[in-house]
Design a protein around this ligand. Structure first.
Ligand SMILES: C[S@@+](CC[C@H](N)C(=O)[O-])C[C@H]1O[C@@H](n2cnc3c(N)ncnc32)[C@H](O)[C@@H]1O
Length: 204
């Protein structure tokens, strides 16, 4: 029997179109936020791998005019950023991009989210490793610009590195949860780690 065709235009795709979001991914963050209440008026946040920009729409709306949001992506923006939003185009693995982020911030931030995903090679272990490398880079950014007690959301495709990565996070955050939003496609293996209560590194 023929396999059921992958339905790109599912209910979240249509909902995103109707509600004016740049992508259906918006609902993943909305559901993460419903569960963990991370977005509050006036907070500052960094969105790693923001393009096409639906998480930025959600964050910008929730943090309001007193909040500040910086998005970083390899891609250049295809939209006009909201008033409380700034964009950096660059590779998060490069020192130059980290420097641009530091220059854009006047103080440490309350929240870092990473929905970064590598370009898939189709080679499973390679894709898992690349996803883990991006998550490691996002964690590195936390150690540079996340406030004490701040929160971190990071996407990962589980492979053998997941356990070790979670273990590393445990040393730096009070609580780690693994969450799969309903909006994640059933065909995807992605999970989100929600790390809350950042503990500053000892030497800071
Ligand atoms: C799944 S998309 C993010 C979708 C986004 N959360 C939204 O709501 O529209 C993943 C993004 O990660 C970005 N990305 C991947 N590797 C990156 C890197 N090394 N540095 C910066 N961005 C990266 C990609 O360019 C891509 O736009």
């Amino acid at each position: 029997m023929a396999k059921k065709a992958y339905n790109r235009k599912d209910k979240y795709y249509h909902k995103a179109k109707d509600e004016g979001f740049r992508s259906r991914a918006a609902y993943k963050l909305i559901q993460i936020n419903q569960q963990f209440k991370l977005l509050k008026p006036g907070i500052s946040a960094v969105d790693l791998g923001y393009a096409p920009g639906s998480w930025m729409q959600v964050i910008s709306r929730e943090i309001g005019s007193l909040g500040k949001l910086i998005g970083i992506d390899l891609e250049s923006p295809k939209f006009t950023p909201e008033k409380n939003t700034e964009i950096i185009t660059g590779d998060i693995r490069e020192e130059r991009t980290k420097q641009l982020l530091l220059m854009a911030l006047s103080r440490k931030v309350d929240l870092i989210v990473s929905d970064m995903a590598p370009h898939l090679s189709g080679i499973k272990f390679q894709d898992h490793y690349n996803s883990y490398e991006l998550a490691e880079q996002a964690f590195k950014i936390c150690r540079i610009v996340l406030k004490e007690t701040g929160n971190f959301v990071v996407k990962l495709f589980p492979g053998e590195e997941l356990g070790q990565f979670k273990q590393n996070l445990k040393g730096s955050f009070k609580k780690i949860d693994t969450y799969i939003p309903d909006a994640t496609r059933k065909s995807s293996t992605e999970v989100y780690l929600i790390a809350r209560g950042f503990k500053l590194p000892q030497n800071q």
